[in-house]
Ligand binder design. Sequence first.
Ligand SMILES: Nc1ncnc2c1ncn2[C@@H]1O[C@H](COP(=O)(O)OP(=O)(O)OP(=O)(O)O)[C@@H](O)[C@H]1O
Length: 260
Amino acid sequence: MSDASRAFLDTAVQHAHIGHAPPFIALQNVGVRFGAVQALQAVTLRIAPGDSVALIGGNGCGKSTLLRVVHGLIAPSAGQVQAPPRAAQAMLFQRPWMLRNSVLNNIAIGLWLRGARWTDAKARALQALRRVQLAPLAGRSARGLSGGQQQRLALARAWAQQPRLLLLDEPTASLDPRAKHEVEALMHEFTHAPAGEGEPPLTMLFASHNLGQVKRLARRVVYLEQGCVLADLRVEDFFNRDVLRAVSPRADLFLKGELL
Ligand SMILES: Nc1ncnc2c1ncn2[C@@H]1O[C@H](COP(=O)(O)OP(=O)(O)OP(=O)(O)O)[C@@H](O)[C@H]1O
């Protein structure tokens, strides 16, 4: 048996294993249609708790739509979606939204709205800011921060709410290399640090065009084309040319930059 076939079988076994564990997220034959555009087509995906999954594919292949379906922002036109409740999820976008308020309050207000006492909300917000090295800027206007600082603040805001699922839509796409590195380091820390005692593991699903980032952060890669999942592999298999060519020639062409 060739190495490629063996690796493929290993993957199949791994996925069969995931199939038996209770899935944290399960999409069954999900379709999304926007008028004449079929943005997702028969997408079936199971994600285990604690996994870190990258969504990749060309522009318009359906990555954002898939994230929005999981977050409950878009109702599928077909199929079923099982995901944790919205309160247990946090979603970050390429350009973070900021309240017209201080850095600290951008976190504290969200916690307060979810029922925390104001003093507790502020204390937790400060703790979250320390985690992303923004505590010295707590009193500044959030909208005056740089793009990289705003994305770190968005991550701190997410972290403060202790989500079980973190969804990120190209979170570093508009950042310079240094800010990209800082945000990526936080994403890694949040998802690869062992969960505290009694805490459920954090699961991450992120869309990215940055293949280096995918290699660094994902344990699993899902490749989409025209709304269909054409490959779903462990990261080491996805970036193994022999395996990828055997499993999905289209994904292999995409990686080589030869897809027309
Ligand atoms: N609200 C909408 N109304 C109409 N069409 C939409 C809408 N949202 C997405 N689409 C279309 O659905 C398809 C999938 O879009 P989506 O944004 O999910 O792709 P993507 O993979 O995230 O793209 P990119 O890498 O460019 O961000 C595209 O053809 C897009 O134009």
